[in-house]
Design a binder for this molecule. Sequence first.
Ligand SMILES: NC(=O)c1ccc[n+]([C@@H]2O[C@H](COP(=O)([O-])OP(=O)(O)OC[C@H]3O[C@@H](n4cnc5c(N)ncnc54)[C@H](OP(=O)(O)O)[C@@H]3O)[C@@H](O)[C@H]2O)c1
Length: 199
Amino acid sequence: MKILLVGATGRLGTALHATLTKRGHEVLGASRSHTEHPVDLTDPETVRALYERTGHVDAVACAAGSTPYKPLGELTHDDYLSGFLNKALGQIELVRLGLPVIAPRGSFTLITGILAREPIVTSAAASTANGAVEAFVRAAALEAAPVRVNAVSPTVITEALDKYADFFPGFEPVPLERVVQAYVRSIEGAETGRVLELG
Ligand SMILES: NC(=O)c1ccc[n+]([C@@H]2O[C@H](COP(=O)([O-])OP(=O)(O)OC[C@H]3O[C@@H](n4cnc5c(N)ncnc54)[C@H](OP(=O)(O)O)[C@@H]3O)[C@@H](O)[C@H]2O)c1
């Protein structure tokens, strides 16, 4: 398959790129700093330009997105907006603008996270954005068929504990490889409208 992978330079994206390539797929990596396929999910014009460059794709996978973490009383309108633009609307645009170029039975696999169902202190903006992605996936899948739309929703990733351990006390982490396999299941399988929860 020809797979567009947004967020290909990150921790999860790098692992995904390696596994999908090993499985015989042609993977087109993209991100803001990517030299070959630059894209900023918060700017729909760059998403449109990306699809013009890639042309037809069989699958789109996203491993990008960031959200602000602050105590509830300190979160501003701009914080919520930035979290929503980066994590939710950016991925929604990836689907909206990708529908004309995706294969008839192609798939979109988005990224969300445990904070949609198990919030932590300071996660209000992140939890909101993740919840929006999951609601979008379930709704979009109804109308996109036979194109498929899923999300992968991991708990904190073992390999990211150096950065996030203090935010997730007592949470059992999930190994990166299991998260990668959930993308493989979404891309190569037949499911749609699913939020694949890990942890
Ligand atoms: N790490 C965890 O434990 C964990 C757990 C659950 C869910 N998640 C979610 O998994 C995703 C990836 O996490 P990660 O740890 O791999 O993050 P990461 O290492 O920071 O990588 C993020 C990737 O996304 C790209 N990116 C960021 N903003 C972008 C934008 N606006 N447009 C296009 N590309 C953008 C980055 O590249 P550029 O800087 O070049 O754009 C990079 O390739 C995130 O959505 C995160 O919330 C992570």
